[in-house]
Design a protein around this ligand. Structure first.
Ligand code: GLN
Length: 292
C-alpha cells in the first residue's frame, strides 16, 4: 500500500496523541537541551553568555569538536561522559566512563543519612563503592566535623573521586578495597552504599546505560549479590547504634529489609523516591551480637 503523496501545501501531521508520540516529542526537547549543553561545553560559555553574543566567532576546531560530540550523543553516549561533568548535590563533579554517572535518586540516600548524621558531633562515615565520590563528597561537605572514608575496588574510579575531592577541597580518606576487605576491624557510625543492583540480563542494560561500567550496575541473577555482602558485613563494621543505608532497585525493598533482619540489624525502613518508589532502605545495629 502506498501513502498519499504529501505536497508542500499540506499541513504537517500533528504528533500522534499517543504516549509514544508524546515521549518522542519529549525526547526531542531533551536532546535539544543536550546539544546546547555540548555547544556550551566546547565554547566554554554559560547559557547566558552564549545568548548574549551570538556573533561570537567559532574556530573550525571548535566547530569540528562540536559536531563530533553531537554525533556521539546521537549514537547514545551519555551527555555526562561527553562533557566530563555531572552535578550532584550541588557539586559539579568530574565523571569518566570509569565511574557510574551520579543520579538524582542517590541524593535521597544522602538526604536520609544527613537527617541522622547532623545530630552527631563527629561521625565516622563509610561510603562503599564511591565511584565518582559523589556520596562521600556530599556528606563531607555537609558535615565538616565528620571523617569520611570512601572505598572503591577500582583504582581508576578512585582517581576520579580523588580529583573531585581536591577540586572541592573536601577531606575524604580514600582506600582501594573490595567492599570491607581492606578495612580490617575498623568500625563506623554510618555506612552508605549505592552498589550495583541490576539483575544480569535486565533489558534496560541495553539502553544508554550500556556506556556505564557494568561493574557498577550488575550484581548477579537477582541484582542482590553485592547488597547481600554489604549487609552481611555491616554489624562487624558499625559502632553500636550505627546505621546503614543502601540504594536499591524499586522492586528490592522487601528483600533488602529481610537481608537487614537476617544480618541482625534492627528497625529496617525503606524510603520512597520522588516517583513514589522505594529506592533506599536502612537499618541500625544495636551493638549486641544477635544470638541465634
Ligand atoms: N540507578 C541505576 C539505574 O539506572 C542503577 C545504579 C546502580 O546499580 N547502583 O538502573
Amino acid at each position: 500500500m502506498s501513502e498519499p503523496a504529501t505536497g508542500p501545501s499540506q499541513v504537517p501531521a500533528a504528533p500522534e496523541p499517543t504516549a509514544g508520540g508524546l515521549l518522542a516529542a519529549a525526547r526531542q526537547l531533551a536532546d535539544a537541551a543536550d546539544v546546547r549543553l555540548l555547544l556550551q561545553h566546547v565554547l566554554d560559555l554559560s547559557h547566558a553568555q552564549l545568548i548574549a553574543r551570538p556573533e561570537r566567532r567559532v574556530t573550525s576546531a571548535q566547530a569540528e569538536q562540536y559536531s563530533a560530540l553531537v554525533r556521539r550523543r546521537a549514537a547514545g553516549e551519555p551527555l555526562a561522559y561527553l562533557t566530563g561533568r555531572r552535578e550532584f548535590y550541588g557539586l559539579d563533579l568530574i565523571v569518566t566512563p570509569a565511574v557510574l554517572i551520579p543520579r538524582p535518586e542517590t541524593e535521597l540516600l544522602v538526604d536520609i543519612a544527613l537527617d541522622v548524621l547532623r545530630g552527631h558531633p563527629a561521625p565516622l562515615v563509610l561510603d562503599l563503592g564511591t565511584g565518582s565520590g559523589a556520596i562521600a563528597l556530599a556528606l563531607g561537605r555537609a558535615l565538616p566535623a565528620a571523617h569520611v572514608v570512601a572505598v572503591d575496588r577500582f583504582a581508576q574510579a578512585l582517581a576520579v573521586a580523588r580529583q573531585n575531592a581536591e577540586q572541592h577541597a573536601v577531606a575524604v580518606e580514600f582506600l582501594c578495597s573490595d567492599w570491607y576487605a581492606a578495612l580490617g576491624s575498623r568500625r563506623f557510625d554510618a555506612i552508605l552504599a549505592n552498589p550495583p543492583y541490576v539483575a544480569a540480563g535486565d533489558p534496560h542494560l541495553s539502553g544508554e546505560i550500556r556506556h556505564e561500567p557494568v561493574s557498577a550496575l550488575v550484581s548477579g541473577a537477582d541484582g542482590l549479590d553485592d547488597l547481600r555482602q554489604i549487609i552481611a558485613g555491616a554489624a562487624q563494621h558499625l559502632n553500636p547504634r550505627g546505621c546503614i543505608w543502601v540504594e536499591h532497585g524499586c522492586d528490592q525493598a522487601r528483600a533488602v529489609r529481610e537481608l537487614f533482619r537476617a544480618a541482625g540489624l534492627a528497625d529496617p525502613v525503606s524510603w520512597n523516591d520522588l516517583a513514589g518508589l522505594p529506592r533506599v532502605s536502612g537499618a541500625s545495629w544495636s551493638g549486641a551480637e544477635s544470638r541465634r
